[in-house]
Design a protein around this ligand. Structure first.
Ligand SMILES: *Cc1c(COP(=O)(O)O)cnc(C)c1O
Length: 387
């Protein structure tokens, strides 16, 4: 072979005796086939076969299999973001004329997708009170094909009675999906409660270091998996094996990170509640949170994200204390090693109970708890002073 060809063709080296505890990062667009016959029959390789890099490599499949084991799932599908984990389920299930029910507390871009993408294409949505439980039955008609859930809800933290909603959905032949980003499958397993689609923003606790974006959808049967994969194939989206390798690395320490964040967050939330009053600290493991009893019944732990209600009289001083914070960063997203504060203005359309106004969403990371408290204390004092 000539030099130009030698530059392109890789020599075969022995892998004998080599092993690694890390998952190799397999990058590929083209997947070459052993012979013409194998190429011609590539469509018959089945759901786990390799045909093109976009549809999966051993790196992405390893992450999917690791997540399936945690979720108690038959298969898991990776997508490029947590938002995509939600929208791909909606795209896979809903046809023109259909309706999806979404909770008032869903991750806000979900309602945006329903209003601005699905509605113009003839797919309706109705927003429900996350505390509705079995009362969801009153909202079901022949057009309802999917009930979406998120527990606890974004920022206001209401814990949903998922088993009650799933029981109604099953009676009516309606599919259910749940955003499980907050709890991760370590603290809540949606499929074990009969949910059809368990979605997660891997961006948060699985990635764990605020440096990647990815989402996953776990399902209990192969038919649902092919519905999801069909959408991804037609639209032409997949995930980067480099990002999947980062997520696999993050997953190895997730249980320890989560246990730490869980303990510190709960301790700080209790300290805060003692100063500002139990009704102003929204942490599912504390009694001031809507759905606390359901949390105790269904979840095995709480992660490190909770909220503080900011009364109108404390809003101005909050701005000053946020800017002065030394350990916390100000920012959205969460689940990484850095603690974050995010002031959120919330106005619910269906759920009328609870504060309409500013909430402080708190993500506890890995810094020393006393440094975190030093930033939180003046905010807590300002809120307490409004009593
Ligand atoms: C962050 C988040 C998402 C979206 O994840 P991205 O990867 O940022 O798109 C969805 N749901 C919840 C509950 C989230 O916190």
């Amino acid at each position: 072979m000539r030099d130009e060809t030698l530059c392109v063709k890789k020599p075969v080296v022995s892998e004998e005796g080599f092993a690694t505890l890390a998952t190799p990062t397999y990058r590929a667009s083209t997947i070459p086939f052993a012979d013409a016959e194998a190429y011609a029959s590539r469509g018959e390789r089945g759901p786990d076969g390799y045909t093109y890099g976009l549809h999966g490599t051993p790196t992405t499949r390893t992450l999917e299999a690791a997540l399936s084991a945690l979720e108690g799932a038959e298969r898991t599908v990776l997508v490029p973001s947590g938002q995509a984990a939600i929208t791909v389920v909606l795209l896979a299930v809903l046809m023109p004329g259909d309706t999806v029910l979404i909770p008032d507390t869903a991750y806000p871009p979900v309602a945006g997708f329903c209003e601005n993408y699905l509605a113009p294409r003839g797919i309706s949505h109705r927003v429900y009170d996350p505390m509705i439980g079995a009362g969801i039955e009153a909202l079901i008609d022949d057009t309802v094909k999917l009930i979406w859930m998120e527990s606890p809800g974004s920022t206001t933290m209401e814990v949903q009675d998922i088993p009650a909603i799933v029981a109604v959905a099953k009676r009516h032949g309606v599919l259910t999906g749940c955003d499980n980003t907050w709890a991760t499958p370590l603290y809540f397993k949606p499929l074990a409660h009969g949910v059809d689609f368990s979605a997660q923003a891997l961006t948060k606790y699985v990635g764990g270091h605020s440096d990647l974006l990815m989402g996953s959808i776990a399902v209990g049967d192969l038919d649902l998996r092919s519905k999801l994969k069909d959408v991804l194939r037609m639209i032409g989206i997949g995930v980067s094996p480099d990002d999947a390798a980062l997520a696999l690395r993050g997953l190895e320490t997730m249980a320890v990170r989560l246990a730490h964040c869980s303990r510190v967050a709960r301790d700080l939330a209790e300290r805060m509640a003692a100063r500002v009053g139990a009704d102003r600290v929204l942490h599912p493991a504390l009694p001031g949170c809507a759905g606390h009893a359901v949390f105790e019944r269904d979840f095995t732990g709480a992660s490190g994200v909770f909220s503080l209600i900011i009364p109108a009289a404390a809003e101005e001083v909050l701005q000053r204390h946020l800017t002065a914070a030394k350990t916390f960063s100000i920012g959205a997203s969460w689940g990484g090693t850095h603690s974050l504060l995010a002031p959120m203005r919330i106005r619910r359309t269906v759920r009328k109970e609870g504060h309409q106004g500013t909430y402080l969403r708190i993500n506890i990371g890995m810094e020393a708890p006393e440094d975190l408290w030093a930033d939180l204390e003046p905010i807590v004092e300002a809120v307490a002073a409004t009593r």
